[in-house]
Design a protein around this ligand. Structure first.
Ligand code: C5P
Length: 397
């Protein structure tokens, strides 16, 4: 929850109905430790008042270039020096045009020109305004100038129309902002991750599965993406949303998962097998529902073993860097070492099942050629980021 600790963000708001969503964004940013200085254009104050933004950020809000509260009359310099980023959300059509041309006719535009820090903008506008060739030209110019554009996305718009130009939701802006500040240790790498349980049919209404929530695998996919990798997440059935920017492929059975993985393993640089793959499946899946009869004998199911996905990838002639997981109930070190050898992987990550399953925090222990390396107990996302850094270090070596 302290993803933005020690970050000073200048949050610029320009005129648009999406301003109302920025209240929520500021709450979430401060909750994660950021210091947020809100700067509004005059147009933005027609949608949300500076008092609202002051209450939410807990800091003075700036609108006027000639603000008498600023003794040296240089709010545009004072605010940006020491800032980690300027985030303009919502960024209107007009403001993008100003930025693309370096205009400095109000406080926010002036501090964007005078900045010594990265600038991220979150466009929000009607679909025709976004599609307008002038806006597209300005967007391209801003990208070329090193400005990061977050979104826009497609969907229902406040004006009643549907199309591209809709602002990202506050939680998406937050996720992108947090990702922006993460070290890019996996830039240019392709990472393939499996996550969640698999579900093996018994009959059309019954399955054999396990209690994996998918949280660890999803956290790793997110951390790898934050580190700059192109990430594909092959996921069994879970209730989780895919992390932003991650391509998710949904599968059900271990065989589906194997197919999805083998189709992509050759082009992956790193394969991280986090999925709790069902070890067995039912040999003969019944085409119709198995019926219970009063006093009748329960069915007897015969099982066959599922393919080992991690072992199969690790045995490829030119395998990606393979990372396995072991969730054990006891004797972690012995089982982990045995599993690492049996699967033929350079790195195996162990944890105690009873301490992690379904929870939001975890304790990971890394096993490699050099021995055992425990990581401190932390949230699954923090642990995932540490693990990704460890993997990046080993891959680079
Ligand atoms: O074989 P075991 O379940 O003990 O090993 C766990 C590791 O192997 C995990 O990384 C898991 O994702 C992977 N695995 C797999 N295919 C299986 C079973 C496990 O990829 N059929």
């Amino acid at each position: 929850m302290s993803d933005l600790a020690n970050k000073r963000i200048v949050l610029g708001m320009t005129g648009g109905i999406a301003c109302y969503k920025i209240c929520e964004l500021v709450r979430r940013m401060t909750e994660r430790g950021a210091t947020v200085d809100v700067v509004m254009t005059e147009a933005a104050t027609h949608f949300i008042t500076p008092v609202t933004m002051q209450a939410l950020s807990g800091r003075p809000v700036f609108v006027d270039q000639w603000d008498p509260r600023v003794p040296n009359n240089m709010a545009h310099i004072n605010l940006t020096r020491g800032a980690d980023a300027i985030l303009v959300a919502p960024a209107s059509t007009d403001f993008m045009a100003k930025l693309a041309h370096g205009l400095a006719d109000d406080l926010l535009a002036t501090l964007c020109v005078a900045r010594a820090c990265p600038l991220l903008i979150v466009p929000a506008m009607n679909r025709e305004m976004w599609a307008n060739p002038a806006t597209q030209r300005n967007a391209a110019q801003l990208r070329a100038d090193g400005v990061t554009l977050l979104g826009p996305t497609e969907g229902d718009q406040a004006c009643g129309e549907v199309g591209s130009g809709r602002m990202l939701e506050p939680h998406e802006i937050l996720e992108d902002l947090i990702a922006y500040f993460q070290p890019k240790a996996l830039a240019g790498k392709r990472v393939l991750v499996t996550a969640g349980p698999t579900s093996e049919p018994i009959d059309p209404v019954r399955v054999l599965t396990n209690v994996s929530s998918g949280k660890m695998g999803y956290a790793i996919a997110r951390a790898a993406r934050e580190a700059g990798a192109e990430v594909t997440l092959v996921s069994g059935p879970t209730a989780l949303a895919a992390p932003r920017g991650v391509r998710r492929i949904d599968v059900t059975t271990a065989h589906d998962m194997l197919d999805a993985v083998m189709g992509r393993a050759d082009s992956a640089d790193i394969f991280i097998a986090v999925a709790a793959v069902a070890d067995w499946r039912v040999k003969e899946v019944s085409a119709s529902k198995l019926k219970k009869t009063d006093g009748g004998a329960p069915p007897v199911l015969e099982f066959v073993q599922n393919p080992d996905i991690l072992g199969t990838v690790a045995a490829l002639p030119r395998p990606p860097y393979c990372v396995g997981f072991a969730a054990e109930t006891e004797d972690l070190a012995r089982h982990a070492a045995e599993k690492r050898a049996r699967k033929g992987v350079p790195l195996l990550v162990g944890n105690l099942a009873q301490e992690v399953l379904g929870r939001d925090d975890t304790t990971l222990v890394l096993y490699d050629d050099a021995g055992e390396h425990p990581l401190p107990r932390s949230s699954k996302l923090a642990a995932a980021r540490q693990l990704v850094a460890e993997i990046a270090r080993r891959v680079a070596a």
